[in-house]
Design a protein. Structure first.
Length: 114
């Protein structure tokens, strides 16, 4: 069964931290680059972070130095540690392969108050 389940979102003040988790089915996770994406209200979904099967990471400038992606291959789980959060980080966060496949999870809402 193809599945992606995100969790860990919430409401946090600017400057705070959150850690997101994504449990993926093995067919999605194994030997694939995984990533986090986000979609703010009225905006297109955008890429936030990538981690390769070997652990190499990549980030856009907007989150570089503040977000850290990691993965636990034994648990088919990918994480996103978000520090120094800003109001503009408010969005629904999703995980998926990189590049993404057609299946998306329900996402997890992150709201950063100023």
């Amino acid at each position: 069964q193809v599945q992606l389940v995100e969790s860990g979102g919430g409401l946090v003040q600017a400057g705070g931290s959150l850690r997101l988790s994504c449990a993926a089915s093995r067919s999605i996770f194994s030997f694939n680059a995984m990533g986090w994406y986000r979609q703010a209200p009225g905006k297109q979904r955008e890429w936030v972070a990538t981690i390769s099967s070997g652990g190499s990471t990549n980030y856009p400038d907007s989150v570089k130095g503040r977000f850290t992606i990691s993965r636990d291959n034994a648990k088919n789980t990918v994480y996103l540690q978000m520090n120094s959060l800003k109001p503009e980080d408010t969005a629904v966060y999703y995980c998926n392969r990189v590049p993404p496949i057609g299946t998306w999870g329900q996402g997890t809402q992150v709201t950063v108050s100023s």
